[in-house]
Ligand binder design. Structure first.
Ligand SMILES: Cc1cc2nc3c(=O)[nH]c(=O)nc-3n(C[C@H](O)[C@H](O)[C@H](O)COP(=O)(O)OP(=O)(O)OC[C@H]3O[C@@H](n4cnc5c(N)ncnc54)[C@H](O)[C@@H]3O)c2cc1C
Length: 450
């Protein structure tokens, strides 16, 4: 029996899945409470564009309280620390909260597969801060390189290593190469851009494993044309702040290691006291309920669900479709009806590589180049929440497409001058201290060619 006037549904996570459940329950006779550790929803598919200075951070997030009618759906800004399934209570940083029904949609975190040395130095790309931190780091590396007199150190500063040849790694490699060779090459005319490297490491024998082989080949070719050094069958074994070590013994001097090699279920999955499947995901029944707690549903990246003998991928459409089914199943459960089983409808996959370059397989069609890129832009623009965000993203993309420029080349660390280090100004690359002939003045900085 419900413990509240209206049955209370608590949804943990205002991501793709959680928002869909909340929307589906609007006006359906439940008290709905959404809890998230951030007061905004993050549109993960565009985080890499924040990291590569194409979009401002604010354009890929949206305040949760602005998405709903907050008189109908309550929002609590808190982190959920654990769940007491027997007592039907969540422990949060703002105190306990009880539920009649619970939906866990807390997503995933970067998976370093237990490699602590790598985790300590690698950049992830799972939230807004990580994206902004990465942008700051890349731009700071160029500032530091521009005053670094030692060529080997300068080369390491200007070597950017990305691990993981899935869609995130591919998109990031393409965007980073455009940022570097189009924009930063103009910003730093005295650096030798023939020595700058973007390296994409993939442990298996091909990029974009889930795509058709013709699209995988097209991606490899295109990245090569963009100056990305793609290394297949390359497994990262060690990392320090200055060197990335591969399993075959290769050492890559590189100050930037970006980890796009996988995710595991949100840490909350480990607090439930139920068995976990691969990647820490929580196995669910075909109705998306927990086997031993039918009033609890788990969806999206946190859930483990097999279809046709394969685990469903951790992508937004899975979370969205599961969210829709859970909203409908909650109504059925409250009415004492039989619940429906989840069937994933795969509408296709796409990945962008750069300006006018993408790959897509949709409804049996395989697209590359401009048509795939246009489709990618359209799909992402439609899915973004909020008119203002869509308008601003469109303006930024138009600016980028027409002028080939990325406008957000900002280092926003509190003390960005300090972040660049303390190399003496006399060794700025391209600027040398010279005695001005017969002037009798102090040596001053003059621009010099490479
Ligand atoms: C860089 C990147 C690019 C991606 N690109 C694509 C793409 O192009 N297409 C695609 O389909 N998928 C993409 N994905 C995957 C997609 O983003 C996820 O599959 C999707 O977000 C999963 O939805 P979800 O609802 O399960 O979780 P999320 O959308 O991750 O939402 C989880 C929410 O839970 C909150 N949360 C977590 N733990 C707690 C806690 N303890 N207490 C309170 N709140 C908590 C988080 O703050 C977050 O708001 C990408 C992912 C990344 C990281």
């Amino acid at each position: 029996m419900a413990r509240h006037q209206k049955p209370r549904v608590v949804i943990v996570g205002a991501g793709f899945g959680g928002l869909r459940v909340a929307k589906g329950l609007r006006g359906k006779g439940f008290e709905v409470v959404v809890i998230d550790q951030h007061n905004f929803h993050t549109f993960m598919p565009l985080l890499y564009q924040v990291a590569t200075a194409a979009l401002e951070p604010e354009q890929v997030v949206y305040p949760v309280r602005g998405i709903f009618d907050t008189r109908a759906i309550r929002f609590l800004l808190a982190r959920v620390e654990s769940v007491d399934l027997a007592a039907k209570t969540l422990l949060t940083t703002r105190g306990p909260i009880d539920y009649d029904y619970l939906v866990l949609a807390a997503g995933s975190v970067t998976n370093f597969f237990g490699q602590k040395d790598i985790e300590a130095v690698a950049h992830g790309l799972k939230d807004l801060w990580e994206a902004e931190t990465l942008r700051n780091h890349v731009l700071t590396a160029f500032e530091r390189a521009s005053v670094e007199p030692d060529m080997a150190k300068r080369d390491a500063l200007l070597t950017f290593t990305i691990v993981g040849g899935g869609p995130t790694g591919v998109e990031l490699a393409g965007a980073l190469s455009e940022l570097i060779y189009d924009d930063l090459a103009e910003d730093y005319p005295y650096l030798d851009f023939n020595r700058v490297k973007v390296i994409l490491l993939e442990a298996s024998s091909s990029l974009l494993a889930a795509f058709d082989s013709s699209l995988r080949e097209a991606t490899l070719r295109r990245l090569g044309q963009m100056g990305v050094d793609v290394r297949l069958n390359a497994v990262v074994a060690t990392a320090t702040p200055e060197v990335v070590g591969l399993k075959d013994g290769t050492l890559i001097p590189s100050h930037t290691l970006i980890w796009a090699a996988g995710v595991r279920a949100a840490t909350l999955a480990g607090q439930l006291g139920v068995p976990q499947a691969r990647g820490g995901r929580v196995p669910v029944l075909p109705t998306l309920q927990l086997a031993d707690a039918p009033d609890v549903f788990v969806i999206g990246d946190m859930a483990y669900f097999e279809q046709d003998g394969q685990a469903l991928p951790q992508v937004a459409p899975v979370a969205i479709q599961q969210g829709d089914l859970v909203a409908a199943n909650l109504e059925r459960l409250a009415r004492g009806e039989t619940l429906e089983r989840f069937v994933y409808k795969d509408k296709g996959s796409m990945a962008t590589i750069g300006r006018s370059a993408a790959v897509a397989q949709v409804a049996g069609l395989k697209l590359t180049g401009f048509p795939a890129w246009a489709a990618w832009l359209g799909v992402h623009l439609v899915q973004l929440i909020g008119f203002r965000n869509r308008a601003m993203v469109l303006i930024n993309w138009g600016y980028n497409y027409i002028l080939g420029k990325r406008g957000v080349r900002l280092i926003t660390t509190p003390d960005s001058a300090e972040a660049t280090g303390r190399t003496q100004v006399s060794s700025i690359t391209g600027l040398e201290q010279r005695e001005l002939p017969a002037s009798g003045r102090e040596p001053s900085l003059v621009v010099d060619a490479r």
